[in-house]
Design a binder for this molecule. Structure first.
Ligand code: PHE
Length: 455
């Protein structure tokens, strides 16, 4: 089946929306705004952007290079580029495993989002009472049946899109969903900015305060940039393998990084002014989106419509991220285990649903069951974000920087000579891939698992 025509993205716009779709996700909405506010506002954004440019772009490029060069899924790619080496294969294995495990708990949150979207219109749900909303969130997420049903529905949406293929599934839906996502977040940002008292939220976000920028902020920025750009788990390798040879990988990477960062800032503008206008203290993560924000919507005119728009944004952002994870797993099944796309999707869907169910139950019925002191949901979350993604990313840059031939890298970056070769740019990209990125990721990794205390 070598070289029988492989599915792939059909247009440049298709590539851009699909890759941006993977990058823009829950991370942008529930973590970035909070990190910015608490780490010196614009000062943090400044550092974050530097990290994205100097560390994350080399990693993203490395993943694109592996994917497009090999024209294969994350495991097949390494098999092709390093044929006789079992050690390097671990890159592919970690990637597929990380995608699988992240998808398990991401789908649980996706399910909550669906439930809150529907709930936006149910009378009595949006109340201006933090403890009631918090009790509702606790009892909903810890109950055994409803969140599980919602998780399966959410996963089914993913499966439906991915089973239709790259061009007719992922690309087609991303083309509709991503522009919609930007329009909705802009509407929400305008609404938020026009609330009386919004300026305090803008201050919280943008007032540059370099004194609040601690060494820990640096680490936070690095971890966040990594997760937000979907690096280290084979998503970009897999999507990269669907990019046509004539496309400019450097441009795609820069546009993706810019879109992801602008969306994160827009999310901050949509959320923080509203939070401050109603005098509530901003939290992060699930607490911010499932407790604080509903309390704010409750106080706004047409709050249920605003709430519905917000949870639609959350759903779409999560969905276009999780389809990229599912595609990593499905592409592996199709190409390495020679399954049809439908069968591969059904099998992945079923296995992920079982593990997703365990994650969901671990917040209630199974909460006594712990691994290294964490319930299953937190264990998956912790291990993937703090261990698997950084290790995956580290191996990827080492592989491209130290194992691949320079001429192959040059060939992918400058499209075999079709693009004007810029020697100095190439030199700096290689420096980033060979030295900067590996050193920085190693520090974050060791710090993340507590082996060294950096600061
Ligand atoms: N980038 C996504 C987000 O910000 C999450 C993600 C991580 C998606 C890794 C794919 C791979 O939510």
């Amino acid at each position: 089946m070598t070289n029988s025509k492989r599915d792939g993205f059909g247009s440049r716009f298709g590539v851009l929306v699909a890759v941006a779709g993977s990058a823009i996700g829950l991370g942008n909405l529930w973590r970035f705004p909070y990190l910015v506010g608490n780490n010196g506002g614009a000062a943090f954004i400044f550092v974050y952007v530097l990290i994205v440019i100097f560390l994350c772009l080399p990693i993203m490029l490395s993943e694109f290079i592996i994917g497009r060069r090999s024209q294969a899924n994350a495991i097949g790619a390494i098999k092709k580029l390093a044929p006789k080496s079992h050690g390097w294969l671990s890159i592919g294995i970690i990637s597929v495993a990380a995608a699988f495990f992240i998808l398990c708990f991401y789908s649980v949150v996706g399910g909550w989002t669906l439930e809150y979207m529907v709930k936006s219109f149910s009378p009595g749900f949006l109340v201006n009472d933090n403890s009631m909303l918090s009790t509702f969130f606790q009892s909903f997420t810890s109950s055994p049946v409803l969140p599980a049903i919602m998780m399966i529905l959410y996963l089914a949406l993913n499966a439906l899109i991915v089973s239709s293929g790259v061009k007719n599934g992922i690309e087609k839906y991303s083309k509709i969903l991503m522009p919609g996502l930007f329009i909705l977040i802009i509407i929400l940002a305008i609404r938020s900015l026009t609330l009386p008292g919004a300026s305090e939220g803008i201050n919280f976000l943008f007032n540059p305060d370099f004194s609040k920028l601690s060494p820990e902020s640096l680490l936070a920025a690095l971890g966040q940039a990594f997760f937000s750009l979907s690096l280290g788990m084979g998503c970009i390798i897999t999507y990269g393998s669907y990019v046509e040879k004539k496309e400019n990988l450097m441009n795609i990477s820069i546009i993706t990084a810019a879109a992801d960062t602008s969306f994160a800032i827009l999310a901050g503008v949509a959320i923080m002014p509203a939070v401050f206008a109603f005098g509530i203290s901003p939290g992060e993560g699930p607490g911010l989106v499932f407790i604080t924000l509903p309390q704010i919507f409750a106080q706004m005119p047409f709050g249920n419509i605003i709430s519905f728009i917000f949870f639609t944004i959350l759903l779409v952002a999560a969905l276009t991220s999780s389809i990229s994870m599912l595609e990593v797993v499905v592409a592996y099944f199709v190409e390495e285990l020679k399954m049809s796309r439908k069968v591969a999707t059904i099998i992945s869907f079923s296995v992920i649903a079982v593990f997703g169910l365990l994650c969901s139950l671990s917040l209630g019925t199974l909460k006594e069951f712990t691994i290294f002191g964490k319930n299953i949901f937190d264990f998956f979350d912790y291990t993937t974000s703090n261990i698997m993604l950084p290790i995956g990313g580290l191996l990827i840059v080492i592989f491209v920087g130290w194992k691949m031939r320079k001429s192959d890298i040059q060939d992918e970056l400058f499209n075999g000579g079709a693009l004007h070769f810029r020697r100095r740019l190439f030199f700096w990209i290689i420096v980033g891939i060979k030295f900067l990125a590996p050193i920085a990721i190693t520090l974050v990794l060791l710090n993340g698992i507590g082996l060294i205390k950096l600061f």
